[in-house]
Design a protein around this ligand. Structure first.
Ligand SMILES: *[C@@H]1O[C@H](CO)[C@@H](O)[C@H](O)[C@H]1NC(C)=O
Ligand SMILES: *[C@@H]1O[C@H](CO)[C@@H](O)[C@H](O)[C@H]1NC(C)=O
Ligand SMILES: *[C@@H]1O[C@H](CO)[C@@H](O)[C@H](O)[C@H]1NC(C)=O
Ligand SMILES: *[C@@H]1O[C@H](CO)[C@@H](O)[C@H](O)[C@H]1NC(C)=O
Length: 351
């Protein structure tokens, strides 16, 4: 484990050159059918999300300074009261029932429970990035996407099928290794689980903290990618840090062919339902991530300007997971999202 840890970090360091990279764990804070970004006030919202971060998460998060609304966070950096969430993966057994797929916590951070790893990366060419402002929020990906196209063009969102060998982070760069990475859900058993990486837009219009579709106020680069320092479009000239979610779905407990559908169809499905109809395979193209910014003051800007790397930063306060895991939000939606369910919570089907 020690060697593995060393080599993964060495690879990460080689890949990132001089850019700041905050890379830290956030334990699960709640799993339920709420979506304060896309369906504010709806209780319940249409599909299940797995949520990490601050305890201001609820059906409605006022668009004020979230770092003033929350009192604790499940993240390593205690000044990060933001919320981060994604749809949850489910396993559909041969008998037609669904079971929530849990997450493998970050293997290099001791004590995280479920949740995800969050990354903020500074510009690779050393230019200035501008941290998000209080009230800022955005969405990456599109829950109703059922084909390639759209966000997939930026190679921003993909899966990695972990085999026992690369379990742990060989060839670190997300979406870059066609032997293990795909935009569609892997169509085979992955012994080490399935990783989701979601990279958010990195250009901002400089004015709007949100937009009706939660996407139009931000943009991916006009050409190239954030990694190769592609320029922002003139409509969205302000370069943001790159936010990335890494979620490792613990699919291995379901790797039993006798439980998989007899016709060879895809057994994993996102909580929004992600096939074109009930008989079709689920695609994975609809995976998406939601972000509500909630860092205290200029903490995020200071950490990026200082070139901080990894889960420690002398500009930021950290907490142990023992402390972080005490942060909780009461579950608002009283329904079972964990057991063997006869339908996806909310009744999301193929469409
Ligand atoms: C945080 O603390 C403030 C002040 O004590 C309180 O008003 C607020 O309800 C708390 N917020 C949460 C999410 O617990
Ligand atoms: C369906 O299959 C799962 C996995 O074998 C099992 O745990 C569950 O009890 C089954 N449910 C029904 C209703 O047969
Ligand atoms: C999401 O995808 C659907 C279906 O492809 C499309 O109609 C819709 O405009 C997309 N939304 C955004 C914000 O791109
Ligand atoms: C689902 O995927 C399996 C395996 O790739 C394939 O054999 C089958 O034809 C697909 N089913 C549909 C309805 O597309």
């Amino acid at each position: 484990m020690h060697l593995r840890k060393f080599s993964a970090i060495a690879l990460l360091a080689r890949g990132i050159q001089a850019a700041a990279v905050l890379r830290f764990g956030c334990s699960q804070i709640v799993v339920e059918r709420l979506d304060p970004l896309v369906n504010p006030s709806d209780n319940p919202s249409p599909h299940v999300h797995q949520v990490v971060g601050g305890n201001a998460f609820s059906a409605l998060i006022p668009q004020s300074d979230v770092s003033e609304l929350a009192n604790c966070t499940t993240c390593t950096f205690s000044e990060d009261l933001s919320n981060y969430w994604t749809a949850n993966m489910y396993f559909k057994a041969r008998n037609g029932t669904y079971k929530r797929v849990g997450q493998i916590p970050n293997r290099f951070l001791n004590g995280e429970t479920g949740g995800m790893t969050v990354y903020y990366t500074g510009a690779y060419d050393g230019s200035k990035v501008t941290a998000f402002k209080p009230g800022f929020r955005m969405l990456a990906g599109n829950a109703t996407q059922r084909t390639t196209g759209g966000v997939t063009k930026w190679n921003a969102i993909c899966f990695r099928c972990y085999n026992a060998k690369n379990f742990g982070g060989d060839n670190y760069a997300p979406c870059a290794d066609p032997s293990v990475d795909s935009v569609a859900l892997p169509n085979k058993m992955c012994p080490g689980g399935i990783r989701t990486t979601i990279r958010f837009p990195t250009c901002w219009d400089g004015k709007n903290l949100d937009s009706p579709d939660h996407v139009s106020h931000v943009s991916y680069p006009a050409s190239g990618t954030f990694e190769n320092s592609g320029p922002c479009p003139s409509t969205h000239p302000v370069k943001l840090p790159q936010l990335m979610f890494e979620v490792i779905w613990d699919t291995a407990p379901f790797n039993d062919k006798s439980l998989w559908p007899a016709d060879g169809s895809q057994p994993f499905v996102f909580s929004q339902g992600d096939s074109v109809n009930l008989r079709a395979n689920s695609t994975g193209y609809g995976q998406h991530g939601d972000y509500v910014f909630g860092w205290k003051g200029s903490a995020l800007q200071n950490a990026i300007d200082a070139g901080c790397f990894g889960a420690t930063c002398n500009k930021l306060k950290t907490q142990t997971f023992a402390a972080a895991n005490k942060c909780a939000v009461p579950k608002e939606v009283k329904e079972d999202v964990e057991g063997w369910l006869t339908e996806l919570p909310g009744g999301s089907m193929g469409m």
